[in-house]
Design a protein around this ligand. Structure first.
Ligand code: C5P
Length: 229
């Protein structure tokens, strides 16, 4: 899968406190980005009403990382599907039965991408082990019938090689031009992310905290465009 329009590779993490801030960012970023990622903080604060307010000009990744017994996760996937989101995720650490229940529930929503988080970047396990576990969990997610994984750029190519080019990779940890790494340990710039097999680039602070967020998004978009040609 390769989107031609660079903005459709770009997911801005709406890591803000409330709906008003999220809607202001949406208006500011406009057509500079194709996707918004709504995570726990914002969704717990604002709920499904915010997703409706964000409108239909952007695709939505509901990043709630479901991790519970298979029946509960399947029901949550159905609720996400009914909200009309374009991507939702579960934690691959939930195991085979939970992933299978996820895939079965997601079948009713063929336009929604259902992906699994492999290893959290905050996990203290050594890097080599993290890569091994990420590959194992990606295989588990693929075998269960999920569409892809959230992983580090540094694992994306190996996951594509193992699970197939159509298996979607979503990668946080994007930084460029000497930006502060903050708490991200293994980072890559937008061009190398795309060149290393990342389908969707999740970018938060480098855009949210930029003096001009739209200019920062356009800069990322230009790097993606150059890498795609
Ligand atoms: O601000 P920054 O670009 O580091 O934001 C990255 C986003 O990706 C945040 O919303 C963070 O929660 C999310 N994320 C991550 N690492 C993971 C999974 C999700 O950074 N392994």
């Amino acid at each position: 899968m390769r989107e031609c329009d660079p903005k459709n590779h770009l997911m801005v993490a709406l890591d803000v406190e409330n709906g008003a801030q999220a809607l202001a960012l949406r208006d500011q970023l406009g057509d500079a980005v194709g996707w918004f990622k709504v995570g726990m903080r914002l969704f717990v604060a604002e709920g499904p009403a915010l997703l409706r307010k964000l409108g239909s000009d952007h695709r939505i990744f509901l990043d709630l990382k479901f991790h519970d017994i298979p029946n509960t996760v399947a029901q949550a996937i159905e609720s996400a599907g009914r909200l009309g989101v374009d991507m939702v995720n579960v934690h691959a650490g939930g195991g085979e039965a939970m992933l299978a229940a996820t895939a079965t529930a997601a079948n009713a929503f063929p336009d929604m991408l259902t992906i699994a988080v492999t290893v959290l970047t905050s996990d203290p396990m050594p890097k080599a082990q993290a890569k091994q576990v990420a590959l194992e969990r990606a295989a588990l997610a693929r075998d269960a019938g999920l569409h892809g994984v959230v992983c580090s750029v540094h694992e994306a190519a190996a996951i594509k090689a193992q699970c197939g080019d159509d298996f979607v990779t979503v990668t946080p940890g994007i930084r460029w031009g000497g930006q502060d790494l903050q708490d991200q340990k293994r980072v890559a710039d937008p061009a190398s992310a795309v060149l290393h097999g990342a389908d969707y680039l999740v970018i938060g602070r480098p855009i949210l905290q930029a003096d001009d967020p739209r200019a920062a998004a356009l800069e990322a978009q230009a790097m993606i465009r150059n890498a795609l040609v």
